[in-house]
Design a protein around this ligand. Structure first.
Ligand code: PHE
Length: 333
C-alpha cells in the first residue's frame, strides 16, 4: 500500500468503526484492521524491499495510521461500553418503592444530612475524609497538640475521662483535633483531609450545648502553606456551603496547637454574624510531635461544630430537639 491508499484505508476504517453498533462487531473490526491479516500488517511486510528513504517514510506513516486506528477503536469501544452498561442497568432496574405498599420511607437524620453535605463539599475541593477513635488517649487529645501537662489550656475542655489505665490517661475525645495528629502519623504530606466526628464534653444540656456533639476538622499540610491559604479556604468554603452573599472573617484567638490562632465567623446577608469555629497555622511543636519536620512542612487547621449548621439550615432553635429522637419532629426534615 502506498501513502495515498493508506489515506483511503483510514477514511474507510473510520466509517466502519463509527458504524459498529455493538462491542462484538467492534472486536471483529479490530482484528480486521490491526490483526495479522490486516492491510497494515501486509504493508509492513513490504517495507523490507524498499529503498531506505521510502522505507522510513512509509514506516512512519504506517505507525501513524495504526495509532489513529487504535485511537478510533478505543474511543468507539468506550462509547459502546457506556451504552451497554446503561442498557444493562435499565434491564436490571428494580423499583423498590413498589414494595412500599403505601408505608412511609425513612430518611437520614438532620445531623447526618449536614455531615454528608460537608463531606461532599470538601471532597469536591480535593480533600480526603479521615476518621479517628472516639475514645482517645491523653497524648492525641492533648499532649501531641501542644498542651503541656497541667497546663490551664486543658481546662478549656470539660473532659470526660474513662476509667481505664492510669488516671486521666484515657478519655472521650473533646474535639476532632486528635485526628489531625493521627492523620499526620499515618500519611506522608501533602495532606488535604477533613475529619468529621462525634466529640464529648461534660456540659449540661441546654438549647445550645450538648455533652455529645459533632465537629468537623480540616487539616492541610504541604510546602509553603500560609495564613492567606487558610483565609482563602475558609472564604471559599463559606460561599460554597452557605451561598453567595455570605462571607467570613477571622478574629485573633488562642489554641495551643495553632500559632497564630483565630476564631472564624460567618456573616449572613442580613449583616448578622455567626461564630463558627477555631483555626490557625499548625504549631511547629504539633508537626514535630506527629513526626514531621517543621522546616519542610507547614499547614493550617480549622474545626467547627456541625450541629449548629444543621440548626441554622432548618431554623431549629433548640439543639436538644435533634437528640430526643421524637419521630414527629425528625420526620419534618
Ligand atoms: N479543636 C478546637 C476546638 O474544639 C477547634 C480548632 C480546630 C482550633 C483546629 C484550631 C484548629 O475548640
Amino acid at each position: 500500500m502506498n501513502e495515498i491508499d493508506l489515506d483511503a484505508h483510514l477514511a474507510q476504517a473510520a466509517t466502519d468503526i463509527a458504524a459498529a453498533t455493538d462491542l462484538a462487531a467492534l472486536k471483529d473490526l479490530d482484528g480486521v484492521l490491526l490483526g495479522k491479516k490486516s492491510a497494515i500488517t501486509a504493508a509492513k511486510r513490504t517495507l523490507g524491499g524498499l529503498e531506505p528513504d521510502q522505507r522510513r517514510a512509509l514506516g512512519l506513516r504506517l505507525n501513524e495510521v495504526r495509532d489513529e486506528l487504535t485511537g478510533l477503536l478505543d474511543e468507539r469501544r468506550r462509547h459502546l461500553e457506556v451504552g451497554e452498561r446503561a442498557a444493562q442497568l435499565e434491564n436490571e432496574r428494580l423499583d423498590l418503592t413498589e414494595l412500599d405498599h403505601g408505608r412511609r420511607l425513612g430518611h437520614r437524620h438532620v445531623i447526618t444530612q449536614t455531615w454528608e453535605r460537608l463531606e461532599d463539599l470538601f471532597v469536591g475541593m480535593g480533600y480526603t475524609v479521615s476518621e479517628g477513635p472516639e475514645i482517645e488517649d491523653e497524648w492525641h487529645n492533648f499532649g501531641a497538640l501542644n498542651f503541656p501537662p497541667d497546663h490551664p489550656a486543658r481546662d478549656m475542655y470539660d473532659t470526660l475521662y474513662v476509667n481505664y489505665g492510669d488516671p486521666q490517661s484515657t478519655l472521650l475525645r473533646t474535639h476532632t483535633s486528635p485526628v489531625q495528629v493521627r492523620v499526620m502519623e499515618d500519611q506522608e504530606p501533602p495532606i488535604y483531609s477533613i475529619m468529621p466526628g462525634r466529640v464529648f464534653r461534660s456540659d449540661t444540656a441546654d438549647a445550645t450545648h450538648m455533652p455529645v456533639f459533632h465537629q468537623i476538622e480540616a487539616l492541610v499540610i504541604d510546602r509553603g502553606i500560609t495564613f492567606g491559604d487558610l483565609a482563602g479556604t475558609l472564604e471559599a468554603f463559606t460561599t460554597a456551603y452557605f451561598g453567595e452573599g455570605f462571607t467570613s472573617r477571622l478574629r485573633p484567638s488562642y489554641f495551643p496547637f495553632t500559632e497564630p490562632s483565630a476564631e472564624f465567623d460567618i456573616r449572613r446577608p442580613d449583616g448578622s454574624w455567626l461564630e463558627l469555629g477555631g483555626c490557625g497555622m499548625v504549631h511547629p511543636n504539633v508537626l514535630t510531635a506527629a513526626g514531621l519536620d517543621p522546616e519542610e512542612w507547614s499547614g493550617f487547621a480549622f474545626g467547627f461544630g456541625l450541629d449548629r449548621l444543621a440548626l441554622m439550615r432548618h431554623d431549629i432553635d433548640d439543639l436538644r430537639e435533634l437528640f430526643r429522637n421524637d419521630h414527629r419532629f425528625l420526620s419534618q426534615f
